[in-house]
Every structure is written in C-alpha cells, then in structure tokens.
Write a protein that binds this ligand. Structure first.
Ligand code: AMP
Ligand code: MG
Length: 502
C-alpha cells in the first residue's frame, strides 16, 4: 500500500492551482495567523524531487514571492495561510488544546501532474496556538527535519516531505542562543490524531462530524462509499500505521516523541524532533533525552502506536454506523486487534528480506530473534551489519567479524542455522546479494552526520547539508566515494544529546 497523494478528482481545478480545502472549513478549525518578520531570510537548500513534483523551479525559493511567503508571511497569490487547532496525548497525558504553534499551512496546491500537496512552513512565528512560546524553530532542528524527511522518503518510508530550508539572522533563545530557521514541508494532508481528539474531548460533536466528513473527502475519498465510512477510516489508519511502524523498526528508526498530536491520519512519519537511527543495536534505545522513563524507547514503538490508535478510536467510535454503542465498541476493538498482527507480518517480511530469505518458514521468527539478541548483546552496528551480511560468506571477512565478538560460539551457532535456512533459497549468491542491498541501506542519517552538517551550517556554510541530502537520496547505492558517511560513529557521537528543545 503506498501513501501517495490523491490523484486529481474529475471536478478538479486547472493545473498548478491552489485549492486550500482545509481553509474552507469553518473558523473553529484554525486561525489566520499574522505575518512575522524573518530578518536576513535566505534559502539554504531545496529538494530537487519535491520542487519538481510541485512543478516549481528550485530558484523560485531564492526570491519573492516564494521567499517572502515562506519566511515573512507575505502574500502569495492563491494561498490562504492558516494555523490549525488540535489536541493530543503528550507522554500519556491529555492536553485538550494544542495546535500549530509554529506551523502555518500556506495552502493546498494542485500540481501540474494533478497531485494535491499541502504546503506548511514550520518556524515562521507565533500563532494563537503557541501557548506563550516563540513560534520559531532553530537551525539545528530544521536541518535535521529537512534532511530526514528526504532520507526517509528515499528509504521508501511514508513521511511528510521537505521542500526548502531557509536561514536567517534571527536569533532564538533555547538552552543557548541559536539561529532561527524555517522548513517548508509538504504532505497530502497534515491531519493528526490530535485534530480528532480536540473536537472529541471538548465536546464539539458537530464539528467532529464536519472534520470526519472533511477527512474522508480529502484523505480517504475511496472510503466515502463504504458501508460504515468511519469504521473503514479507522481500519485504514490502523493498516497504514502498522506499515509505517514496521518500516521504522526495520531500519532502526526511533521517532522520540510519539504523542498523538505527532501521529498522522495518513500514516506518515511527522514532526521530526529528537529522532535517531540507531548506531549499535539496542532494543531499549531512548533517543529523546527528555524521555527519562523510556515511554518512546525503540522497542516500545509498536505498542505505543497501538495505544495512540486506541485514543483515535475513542474519538471515532461514536460516529460508527452500528445501531448500538456496544456494537460500535466491539467493532472498534476488533479493528484495533488487527494492529499488532499486521505490524508483525509487515516487520517479519522486512526482516526476512534483510536476511535474504524469500519464502516463509515456521522457525524464521526464532532465527531473527536470536540474531537480534546476539546483536544487542554485542552492541553490533545495526545498519552496517545488515548491509555487510552478504560479505560474511567470505572467510576472511567472517574471521574479522568474529575477532570483534565476545561470544563467538553463540554467534557460530546462529550462523550455522542461518546458512542452513538460506540454503533452501535457489537464487544465485549475486542475485540474493543484490536483493539484500536493495533493502538494507548503506547510508542513514546518523546523529553524528547530522551534527557535522549542523555545526558547519551554524558557522555559515550549508554545503554539508547539501552533500548529505545528495548521499541520502540514494541510500541503497554503494557510492564508494562516500564511504566515510557509512562508517561507524566517532567516539564523540555518544555525547550528542537530543531533547524536545527545538
Ligand atoms: P512538538 O513536541 O514539537 O510536536 O510540539 C508540541 C506542540 O508545541 C505543538 O503544538 C507545537 O506547535 C508546539 N510548539 C513546539 N515548539 C514551539 C515553539 N517554539 N513555539 C510555539 N509552539 C511550539
Ligand atoms: Mg508536534
């Protein structure tokens, strides 16, 4: 199942036009934020893929009207900027009103190819939903969001996209004074679970019905004719979320802040904050320094996604078509019970592919679990191990790995099982290796790589961002000239601390 933007409905407007369907909802859904100054605004980077998809030239973002519209809130013909209201469970606690505190939806663009993209600026100044904060984003977190959005897309993982990154002479106060920045991001829809929670928990049932009608029309038009469209919506969100989480776990991605306001109705990875791609494999890895209890630890992500889906279901169940509340609840429970098996199936498919196994065997789960236990015990680098797995058939390379391991006997036992299992595959070694390299990335956005590009950019040179962007656009290619970017993290990387401060 792909999460691609909707194709143009038959009654759609002409090419490259703003349609702004969200801004046509009643004012209870948003405010129209005031423009805010962004001194010294300049475009630092643009995504070649996304600018092309939007039918825009990268140069457009270096000058007005786009530069001004993205950074200072100056008018861009056809747009209708709004900041939306939502709620959310943050670290398990309901916050009845949140909203786009620093994001502004410029509008919804129907591209020349007929795709619909919502364009949003993040860090462009305060809105009614800023709750006393400054409405800004720092360069550090903006670079991370910009790069990882495009990196995730290249890995084939559903995500919001980045279109452009803007720097400025604005200074923003966090733990230290930092340069402010803005990311222009894009998604078919920026609806979050939290949008539904806002209207549900505040008792605005009429508005909730309007939101559901909007979400079905805008994001899931194929479900409008379903027997029970709202139940079908929940089912679809469950399926997409299961797929997204399986994708995360397979590449060792840790989101860091899986609050319900950071969960997309389209099952897109959204709101990148203290995320990380794991270096050494550690199932209990916590990437967010603020998350001391490990609520959002790597191995908790599937359960947390299910918990979040239950929160979404609570807001939707009253709108199911079932004749009684009991029947609706039972149906919701049945749907929710599909989440973990769906996740598990998708994750197993990923792991088999990573190991170069094609068909399904009953002992595969045990084989994978044993490998992960070995990797955790030895702190093996997650990305490099899978990428280099085909090379371990070479005795010299194998001996080099063993020289680094503590429990060589346990490793050899696993390797023997793995070889026996793999022997059932009739493909040539070359074919299998190519298939494994197509699913095991060589390049991921490791924290230390992002940090190097950030340090350089803060000193006035954004070339490191552009370089990483280029490399991460082809994560499965060998790119021998970029070997350094596929290396183990340096010792200083363990000192990097990521928090919610962004
Ligand atoms: P996050 O944890 O980044 O997803 O943010 C949670 C909520 O806080 C969202 O509603 C954001 O819009 C809001 N928020 C975060 N940082 C800021 C900021 N600097 N200014 C205004 N609102 C913010
Ligand atoms: Mg958020």
């Amino acid at each position: 199942m792909s999460v691609s933007p909707q194709t143009k409905p038959t009654s759609s407007p002409g090419e490259g036009e703003w349609v702004n369907r969200f801004a046509r909802l009643p004012e209870a859904f948003f405010e129209r934020p005031a423009p805010a100054p962004f001194p010294g605004a300049h475009c630092l980077a643009t995504s070649p893929t996304m600018t092309a998809r939007l039918g825009l030239s990268p140069e457009a973002f270096h000058a007005d009207p786009w530069l001004g519209a993205c950074t200072r809130g100056s008018a861009l013909a056809g747009t209708d900027p709004v900041a939306s209201v939502y709620a959310g469970h943050q670290f398990g606690v309901l916050v009845p009103q949140l909203g786009d505190g620093r994001a502004k939806l410029l509008g919804e663009l129907c591209t020349p190819a007929g795709e619909h993209w919502e364009l949003q600026v993040k860090g462009a100044g305060p809105t009614r939903f800023s709750r006393g904060a400054d409405g800004r984003a720092v360069l550090r977190s903006s670079i991370r969001e910009y790069l990882v959005s495009e990196a995730m897309a290249a890995l084939g993982i559903p995500t919001t996209r980045a279109v452009a990154l803007f720097g400025s002479s604005l200074r923003v106060m966090r733990e230290r004074i930092e340069p402010g920045a803005i990311v222009l991001r894009a998604a078919p829809s920026f609806l979050r679970f939290g949008h539904f929670e806002y209207f549900h928990y505040n008792g605005y049932s009429g508005r909730l019905a309007e939101l559901l009608d909007y979400a079905l029309g805008h994001d899931y038009p194929e479900l409008r004719e379903a027997e029970d469209p709202v139940a079908a919506l929940l089912e679809a969100v469950i399926a997409r979320t299961a797929r997204m989480i399986a994708d995360w776990q397979a590449v060792g991605f840790c989101h860091g802040v899986m609050n319900t306001d950071n969960m997309s109705l389209l099952g897109l990875t959204i709101d990148y904050g203290p995320f990380a791609f794991m270096d050494a494999y550690d199932p209990g890895y916590i990437c967010n320094h603020t998350d001391q209890g490990g609520r959002y630890a790597f191995d908790q992500q599937p359960q947390i996604a299910q918990w979040n889906l239950i929160r979404l279901a609570e807001t939707l169940v009253c709108s199911f078509a079932d004749p009684t509340r009991e029947a609706a609840i039972e149906r919701a429970q049945d749907l929710l019970q599909q989440f973990l098996p769906q996740y598990e199936q998708a994750w197993m498919a990923h792991m088999r592919a990573k190991l170069g196994l094609r068909d399904t065997q009953p002992d595969d789960r045990a084989l994978i679990d044993e490998l992960l236990a070995r990797m955790a015990a030895e702190g093996v680098d997650y990305t490099r191990f899978f990428r280099q797995l085909p090379e371990l058939d070479d005795p010299a390379t194998h001996a080099m790995l063993e020289a680094e391991l503590e429990e060589v006997e346990a490793w050899r036992a696993w390797w023997t099982r793995y070889q026996a299992r793999r022997a059932q595959d009739t493909r040539s070694a070359e074919t299998r290796e190519a298939a494994m390299h197509a699913v095991n990335p060589k390049f991921v956005l490791r924290n230390h790589l992002a940090q190097e590009a950030i340090d350089q950019a803060e000193a006035g040179d954004a070339s490191g961002v552009l370089k990483l962007q280029e490399i991460l656009a082809r994560p499965f290619d060998e790119q021998p000239e970029h070997e350094r970017y596929a290396g183990l993290p340096p010792a200083w990387a363990s000192g990097i601390q990521l928090s919610c401060s962004s």
